[in-house]
Ligand binder design. Sequence first.
Ligand code: EPS
Length: 354
Amino acid sequence: MSHNTFGKLLRCTTFGESHGPAIGCVVDGFPPGLEISPEEIKRELERRATGRSRHTSQRKEADDVQILSGVFEGRTTGTPIALVIENTDARSRDYANIKDSIRPGHADFTYWKKYGIRDYRGGGRSSARETTMRVAAGALARKWLQQEYAIEIQGWLAQLGPIRTDSEMDWSVIDDNVFFCPNASLVPELEAFMDQLRKSGDSVGARVNVIARNVPPGWGEPVYGKLDAELAAAMMSINAAKGVEIGAGFESVTQQGTEHRDEITAEGFQSNHAGGILGGISSGQDVVVSTAFKPTSSLRIPCRSVDTGGREVEVVTKGRHDPCVGIRATPIVEAMMALVLMDHALRHRGQIGA
Ligand code: EPS
C-alpha cells in the first residue's frame, strides 16, 4: 500500500491500523524552534477522542502520544518528528463474525479487490482511528501558524442529519459541547435525535465547516497546486467524507455573477462567496471549507452482502461504532486545514521568500 504521505514541503506520513499495536506519523520538513509538548498535542487529541459522550464510539483509548524524534528540550529541531500512539482498547473479537464478509458501505470491498487481503480487525488501515495522527500532526501545524501569522482555525458542526445547526453562530460555545455545535440551545435537540437514532441502530450523516482567519494573501500555487484543490483533496481524504465545498460551493450553481463576485471597495471585500481563495491563491479573506460526511456504514441492523468467496451472506456489524462520524470530525477538518495551510506557507516562502 503506497501514498500514505501528503504535503509538498511539510510532509506528513501516517502508518498503522486500528487494531495493530500502535498508530503513528512522521512529520518531515517542520521548521526548528517551535515549542511543543506531548500535553499540548494531547489536548487536541482529546477533542477528537472516542468515548467523550454516549453519542460516539465507546472504545476507550488513552491516546497518549509519544514524541520519538524531532523534538529536543521541548523544541522542534528541524529533523523528522515521529509521533506514536499505542492502541490499548482494540477488541478484534467483535469482528470475528464478519471475518470473511464484506461490510457494505465500507472499504472492505475495494481493499479486498485491490490488495486481495482482508484485514477485518476494526477496519484495519481504513479505520477512522488513523485520523488520530492527522490531529496530532495538525496540533503542531496549528501552533506554528498561530505563532508565525496569528492564524486562527475553528471548525464546527453545521448540520447533523436533518438538523441545521449554524443559522445562528456563537463561536464561544463550540468547544463547550460534544457536538461542536455553535448554537447551545440546539444541543438538547441533537441529543434527543442521537438517542433515538442509536436506539434504532441506524446512523446519519453530517456537515462540518471550518474557517481559517488571518491567512495572508498569496498562498496557493497555480495551476496544479491550487490552495482550494489541495484543501479539497485533504478533506476528501478523511474517512467517510463524500463532498467538499469551498466558500459558496454548490450554491454557486444557482447564483448569478453579480451576486457571486465579491465586490471590492477601499474597505476591502464586500462578501466572501469565494471562500477566501481566488485563482487557487488565498485572497486574505477567511478561508472557508465545508465537508459532507456520510452516515456510518457499521450498523447492527442486518443487511445483504457477500463473503470473500462470493456467497450471499447477512452482515451485522458488532463493535463500538459512532452513529454519526461527523460528531467527531471537527478537530480532524481543523487539523487538515492547518497542515495544508502550513505546507502552502512554506511553499510560498520557498518561491517568494516572504
Ligand atoms: C471505526 C470503528 C470503531 C471506532 C473507531 C473507528 O472501531 P472499533 O470497533 O475498533 O472500536 O471506535 O474509532 C477509533 C478507535 C478512533 O480512535 O477514532 C471505524 O470503522 O472507522
